[in-house]
Design a binder for this molecule. Structure first.
Ligand SMILES: Nc1ncnc2c1ncn2[C@@H]1O[C@H](COP(=O)(O)OP(=O)(O)OP(=O)(O)O)[C@@H](O)[C@H]1O
Ligand SMILES: [Mg+2]
Length: 807
């Protein structure tokens, strides 16, 4: 990984009509600017009167009016090239609301040649590169995803619906930071990218503010994944381009935000503050405690800010005094970001073929070294035996080393197939030559040999582990079947199509196990790593086990037999492997010894030939012998090569196992970390608090219910009382009615009596009138009263009672 600073570019937009109006209202020059453009990298900003000015240096400063094309060329061109080469690249725009972030990233019109911004231009560049590239073996695949962070919720802009909102940001050793379940659209042309942007844009949260007619109220992140696959060896590279248009920071007092707009502004300002904090701490080098997790934005940008990405920050500013404070704070932000250094690396996966090629090369190198050492030793021996002067040792030239590396043979004197003393050795070289070199190399070979032995031992142990795993799993399977065979007598056979389904399931499980083993042994090329995967496969195993119980008996028997058969094969293979392991080391050593002896013989004979050969009668015989020996040597060398290749396979397997266990350890640590974070997190504490509140409320509810019960009883009681009272009232009413009737009856009788009496009296009076002169001015009643006061009193009292009753 190489270190790369965050690149910061500062763009000023032209003065806008609102700023002009403000200036005119304040009786100031509407065209006044607060910045002086010193050169292409330096800008000076004037503070309020009396406070002097601040100077800033950025990777580039763009004054108002710089065309979109120029901005692209510096801001994004390199990044796209890097992404095409398998690196991660990020471009993000930051600044006050209305300062020109969206204008720079998307442009006023994404389809217009002049108006379009960085994102559509990046798409152009990527597809131009792909269509122009000349390597026919490279296959390209481009995918896009488009997300927004609105009020701290990560939403998919390419898919609608509740399940595409509030997505989770996750991290895995293979993929780094990623958004779970984010839609990815495959794009074939630059027009496809434009469509993706248009779809996303129509789903985006925007509203108008006093400062910007179309203000972005969410942060948007467009990701372009550029994958290239080499058809020849299946090696892959994937670059990820992350294009971020941040929502603008704003002073809510200035924009007069209220209600939902205020909530949005607060969420935006909150995440931007966290972004600022992260940048500050990264710049200060305090890499341990960066609060990336405090906001969704910083979590998503974690790699762009503190990890594997080449990052460009475009800060957008206004040049007008009306926005002086915001412009200065934006520039301060940019200045801090410039100090961040990321570590970037290519995201490449080597194919099995590539890895094998590397191993082959290394094997050949070892072989070459051994050959070289053997030759050196022989030479020294010979010199010792034959020369009085101190022997010089051959030091290989670069060319010789290359020959060795390429697996070619070199002659005793260094050149391939060439004999005779090495001529080109100058005095200085001779001085460097020593026995030490030979010894060092021997030590190195011994080291390599012991390493090889260790690896062989490791892979043996690993193989044993795998076998143990397999037999455990097979036992599991058997025990599942056994449960079944007990049930056989009780249950009917299921229809045959069911059985074949079950058989399929069983087969799937066996395949999955085989695949696991393959992956572990490095035969399977790559396995994507998810934390959830284990849980999932556990679930599957459970399901399969549950279903296994229902399988028909015959099939179980068949399977048992099959497993038995496989077990036998396995044992046989194990025995063979054991035997092979034991013999291979010995064989190898023996062969090496033999080679050494042969070499010695060979060289001895060669040595003799240079001195005494000419007079020797047995020359032909010796030549044949040498020839034979050399042939034998070659055969044995080949045998060693094969053995070593086998060893290298086990080394490769070991590497894969190491990688996997490393991944496992990492993911375990991650899980622990996440658990700890969860326990410490505010949400968790809030949940606990809420749970406490809930239990209190439940208690309250119980008491309340009790009370309701009590009051229910009382109500029933009261109701009963009420019924009784009502009945009494009704009875009383009835009584009253009867009384009234009685009285009415009495009255009627009285009235009748009265009428009778009256009649009698009248008759009396009339009869008396005949005798006496009528009394003047009196009526009948008066007369009656005068003559009969008793009746009158009765009448009065009766009348009074009657009136009372009527009432
Ligand atoms: N460099 C520029 N040249 C011409 N016009 C510009 C420039 N930058 C911005 N504008 C104009 O200014 C207005 C506001 O710009 P833009 O929408 O890009 O702001 P923003 O920073 O994205 O704001 P917000 O944070 O509110 O989304 C737009 O009408 C845009 O066309
Ligand atoms: Mg915007």
């Amino acid at each position: 990984a190489e270190a790369a600073s965050v690149r910061v570019l500062c763009r000023f937009r032209p003065i806008n009509s609102r700023e002009r109006r403000e200036a005119v209202e304040a009786n100031k020059d509407p065209e006044e600017m607060i910045c002086k453009f010193i050169d292409e990298c330096n800008v000076e900003i004037f503070q309020e009167a009396g406070l002097g000015s601040k100077k800033y240096t950025f990777d580039r400063v763009y004054p108002p009016g710089v065309p979109q094309r120029d901005v692209y060329n510096l801001a994004a061109n390199d990044t796209v090239v890097q992404v095409l080469n398998g690196y991660n690249g990020t471009i993000l725009s930051y600044g006050q609301t209305g300062a020109g972030k969206s204008y720079s990233m998307f442009g006023a019109d994404i389809s217009d040649q002049d108006q379009k911004g960085i994102i559509p231009r990046s798409g152009d560049h990527i597809f131009r590169h792909i269509t122009q590239q000349s390597n026919p073996d490279i296959e390209w695949s481009i995918r896009c995803s488009f997300l927004e962070i609105y009020n701290e919720s990560v939403n998919d802009l390419l898919a609608r619906g509740a399940e595409h909102e509030n997505l989770k940001i996750r991290e895995s050793p293979d993929r780094g930071i990623y958004v779970q379940n984010a839609a990815e659209h495959q794009v074939q042309t630059v027009e496809d990218i434009v469509t993706v942007i248009q779809i996303g844009d129509s789903n985006r949260a925007v509203s108008s503010t006093l400062m910007n007619a179309v203000s972005s109220r969410s942060h948007t992140v467009l990701m372009i994944f550029v994958q290239s696959t080499n058809r020849r060896d299946q090696s892959k590279q994937e670059g990820k381009m992350c294009l971020v248009d941040l929502a603008g920071s704003e002073k809510t007092s200035k924009t007069q935000a209220e209600g939902q707009r205020l909530a949005e502004a607060n969420a935006i300002n909150g995440s931007l503050t966290t972004l600022g904090q992260c940048i500050k701490m990264l710049a200060e080098g305090d890499a341990k405690h960066i609060p990336f997790r405090q906001s969704q934005l910083t979590r998503l940008l974690q790699e762009s800010l503190g990890g594997n990405s080449k990052t460009t920050l475009l800060i957008a500013c206004s040049p007008h005094p009306f926005n002086r404070e915001e412009t200065i704070s934006t520039c301060d932000f940019g200045k801090r970001a410039k100090a961040i250094k990321n570590k970037v690396k290519v995201n490449a996966t080597k194919s099995v073929k590539e890895l094998m090629a590397i191993i082959d090369r290394l094997q050949i190198q070892i072989k070459g070294m051994q050959q070289f050492i053997g030759l050196q030793k022989t030479l020294i021996e010979w010199y010792k035996a034959n020369c009085e002067t101190p022997p010089t040792v051959y030091v290989p030239t670069d060319k010789d080393l290359q020959l060795l590396m390429d697996g070619k043979q070199i002659g005793v004197k260094g050149e391939e197939g060439q004999e005779g003393p090495k001529p080109e050795m100058d005095e200085e070289e001779k001085d460097q030559v020593s026995y030490g070199a030979v010894n060092d190399a021997s030590v190195r070979i011994a080291q390599l040999q012991s390493q090889l032995d260790k690896e062989r031992e490791n892979s043996r142990m690993m193989k044993e582990d795998f076998e143990a795993d397999i037999s455990a799993l097979e036992r599991k399977l058997k025990s599942g079947n056994f449960e079944q065979s007990e049930q056989e007598n009780q249950t009917e056979m299921k229809p045959s199509q069911d059985q074949s389904y079950e058989m399929k399931l069983l087969k799937a499980e066996r395949d999955a196990l085989k695949k696991q083993l393959k992956i572990a042994m490095g035969e399977e090329e790559s396995s994507e790593y998810y934390y959830e995967e284990d849980e999932e496969s556990d679930e599957k195993i459970k399901l399969i086990k549950a279903q296994t119980v229902n399988i028909g008996g015959k099939k179980v028997q068949e399977l048992k037999m099959k497993i038995e058969e496989q077990n036998n094969q396995l044992t046989q293979l194990k025995q063979e492997a054991e035997l092979f392991k034991q013999t291979s080391t010995e064989e190898q050593n023996q062969m090496q010894q033999q080679i050494q002896e042969l070499k010695n013989d060979c060289n001895r004979l060669r040595g003799i030939s240079t001195d005494d050969f000419i007079e020797d009668d047995n020359m032909d015989e010796k030549t044949i012998l040498i020839h034979q020996m050399e042939k034998e040597m070659k055969q044995q060398r080949e045998a060693i090569l094969i053995l070593k290749q086998e060893n290298s396979m086990s080394k490769f397997m070991q590497q894969r196992v190491d990688q996997m266990s490393e991944k496992y350890v990492k993911s375990q640590a991650k899980v622990l970390e996440l658990e700890e974070q969860l326990a410490n997190s505010e949400i968790f504490q809030q949940v606990q608090k809420l749970e406490k509140q809930l239990s209190m409320k439940t208690q309250e509810l119980a008491t309340f219910n009790q009370r309701i019960n009590i009051s229910d009883e009382r109500t029933a009681h009261l109701n009963q009382q009420l019924t009784e009272v009502t009945q009494q009232v009704m009875k009383l009413r009835k009584d009253k009615q009867e009384l009234i009737q009685q009285k009415n009856e009495d009255t009627r009788k009285l009235l009748q009596d009265f009428e009778l009496q009256k009649q009698k009296l009248q008759e009396n009076v009339l009869s008396k009138q005949k005798i006496y002169k009528p009394v003047q001015g009196t009526n009948v009643a008066q007369t009656l009263a005068a003559t009969n006061p008793e009746i009158l009193a009765k009448l009065k009292s009766f009348k009074a009672r009657w009136v009372e009753d009527e009432q």
